[in-house]
Ligand binder design. Sequence first.
Ligand SMILES: *Cc1c(COP(=O)(O)O)cnc(C)c1O
Length: 364
Amino acid sequence: MSNQPKPYKLFIPGPIQVSEKTFRAMTAPMIGHRSPDFVELYKSVQPGLQALFETKDPVFISTSSAWGVMEGSVRNLTKKKVLNCMNGAFSDKWNDVSTRIGKPTGTLRFEWGQPVDPEAVRRELSTGEYDTITFIHNETSTGTMSPIAEIMAVVREFPEVISVVDAVSSFSAVRIPKDELGIDVLLTGSQKALALPPGLSLISVSQRAIERAKTVEGRGYYFDFLEFLKNHEKGMTPSTPAIPLIRALKSKLEDIEAEGIENRFARHKRLNTRVREWGAANGFELFPAPEFGSISLNCFKNTRNIDLPALNQRLKEAHGCVIDGGYGKLKGQTFRISNMGDETDETIDTLLAALDSVLKELNA
Ligand SMILES: *Cc1c(COP(=O)(O)O)cnc(C)c1O
């Protein structure tokens, strides 16, 4: 195994560090995906998932990254027109993806770093043109969290509109009560706050959304909500899933239950604040307005004009840690530090001490 890269720890906002326990869970012997053993595994994760999603709806497990079910949702749900709320790289791309699959789209654009504005959503939905809306709860590219409860209060005023919410980088870091907020489709990916390896996405779909899907043509097969549902009822997935990742998910759900979900939320909040205070003390301004700052990562403006690639190289070589040097058009102008998943006061303090040391070394 000598050709393996020297291990280092990821503090980028996905993929993130995966625990030894999680990796061990993946090494159990393989089982057939139509076997009773699989049905037992599939059914065993549902209660934990439904508790995390705060929903009575099924939670489908897709062997794909989040983009699979993000594209799939629009494919399944949009007949008239989808409104894509755009305020960062991922939400901008969702509009591009909707267009590429041939759906009529409308856009609601905000500056990167701004949250989605509920009033603007009301104005746009009031045109009556739309039957679907997409928005991202936590725009990972800018570290901006949109006011999901306020947005959903507006969306609920338009019963013909099916809502699709991306919680890829906020899921399990902060409470998102799906049923209470009336979210039709809530989705996430494995490699963000759940701290699993990449490769799975989870998507909970309301009965309303299923009814809509029944009337939409061209749903395809791999991400067809009706295929997911039909198989879900048998405790299975439409095609052969990434079984080791489902085992990892089961192990993670046990971890979450052992920690207690409230403790998990509080830990994310505490570590996020810790990093944010470090930034402020070191002269780095938060990229979004602080009240809309993400809880699972911090995106800082590179106010001190640090050579970020040099910083990251040194951080990796000398301290075995990696942060993110900015996403897309914000590369070099911002940097992001993740506090999602299994991080602790200790691991975050170690990272911040390493950053202090490298900043000093770079004489920045
Ligand atoms: C990471 C991320 C995605 C894309 O996830 P993939 O796993 O790469 O498909 C989508 N939305 C948000 C908010 C993300 O953070």
